[in-house]
Design a protein around this ligand. Structure first.
Ligand code: 5AD
Ligand code: SF4
Length: 347
């Protein structure tokens, strides 16, 4: 699909047309990645962040947040739960920090997770922009996937959403470093951002293609009252946001085909059972939050984050039901790598 065709898809309004689009994406998903859902348990181990993205509830300057940093023991406990449940992979996420102590903490964590799981648990990191050396060190220690959203592929829009110290070019460079080092590289955008147009979103899909990305995690932008961007949106139309996010998943599946795409938490935040919609529009990955309950409520990137009061056992049961309901299967005890990655490295 070219730019014009992607734009047309994203602009579809009639229910029958949209259903047709989702069916088409589903056919592509079935053919290229199969009807298996892979699980990644995500541990959001700290909400301390050195950055100030205008959309994010845990931005550095938000003084209304209680900051936390989980201990290694707490993280390893959550990891153990993930491992014992048979999730093939873990995602470690936190606010962005680049000081030596933080990097060393992550070094040790990777080593201990490897040990705890006899090398079996796949490790994905989502820890923002780091130096190439740091990325390389974490890779050598055993992390093999990295998620770093570009947030928007439009540099001018990026500038509107971030303070001037946050550089679009730097973010792109980080994605390149990750690929050079050998990671499976994931990126993504927020959908329905203030000032964002359909043209921007169509370009986002082409950006994923151009960057030869292996994994996508993207979801709707959701407001947070303690952020500078909050007042820009006068009416927050949940349904519209959700539909646009699902259309983006479908378009990305049709264009990129053999990559992993997550049905993200932000989709579930807009509608209970939303993750099912994500799977039906072409996603094949679910990332349940396994952050302990006493911390989870403080990792609020946006409002109404789901599962704040639900324990991980219950969330997992819900997911199992959702997956069964749509006639798919959860794939356990496997890394569930992006098939695209293997084709890419062969080339
Ligand atoms: N709405 C939706 N997603 C958000 N993120 C941060 N703030 C918001 C928000 N208000 C996303 C960003 C970031 C990821 C960790 O969370 O895309 O990369
Ligand atoms: Fe920090 Fe990430 Fe939030 Fe930006 S989006 S303020 S880097 S946690």
């Amino acid at each position: 699909m070219n730019y014009k065709e992607i734009k047309e898809i994203l602009s579809l309004e009639k229910t029958t047309d949209i259903e047709k689009l989702f069916n088409q994406a589903y056919t592509v998903k079935k053919e290229y990645v199969g009807l298996k859902v892979h699980m990644r348990g995500i541990i959001e181990f700290s909400n301390i962040c050195d950055k100030n993205c205008y959309y994010c509830g845990i931005r550095k300057d938000n003084k209304n947040v209680k900051r936390f940093f989980m201990t290694k023991k707490e993280i390893l406990n959550a990891t153990k739960w993930i491992y014992e449940k048979g999730f093939g992979s873990i995602v470690l996420q936190s606010g962005e920090r680049t000081n030596k102590e933080f990097i060393k903490f992550v070094d040790d964590l990777i080593k201990e997770i490897k040990k705890l799981s006899n090398d079996k648990l796949g490790i994905t990191l989502s820890l923002g922009e780091q130096t190439k050396d740091t990325y390389k060190k974490w890779f050598d220690l055993g992390a093999h996937r990295y998620l770093l959203r570009i947030e928007t592929s439009n540099p001018e829009l990026y500038e509107k959403l971030h303070p001037s110290s946050h550089k679009f070019a730097e973010r792109v460079k980080c994605l390149e470093y990750l690929r050079e080092i050998g990671y499976q590289v994931g990126t993504g955008v927020m959908i329905g951002l203030p000032y964002q147009t359909i043209d921007d979103l169509a370009n986002d899909v082409l950006f994923f293609k151009k960057m030869d990305i292996d994994m996508i995690g993207m979801g709707p932008y959701v407001t947070h009252k303690d952020t500078p961007l909050y007042n820009v949106v006068k009416i927050f139309d949940k349904e519209k946001q959700l539909l646009l996010a699902l259309k983006m998943i479908a378009a990305t599946r049709i264009v990129l085909k053999d990559i992993n795409i997550a049905s993200t938490t932000a989709i579930e935040a807009l509608q209970e059972g939303g993750r099912k919609g994500g799977l039906k529009a072409g996603a094949n990955i679910i990332m349940p939050i396994v952050t302990p309950e006493n911390y989870r409520r403080y990792y609020n990137l946006y409002e109404n984050k789901p599962g704040i009061d639900m324990d991980e056992e219950k969330t997992f049961n819900e997911i199992k039901n959702d997956v069964k309901e749509i006639g798919e299967e959860i794939c356990l005890n496997k890394w569930g790598d992006s098939p695209h990655y293997f084709k890419r490295i062969k080339k």
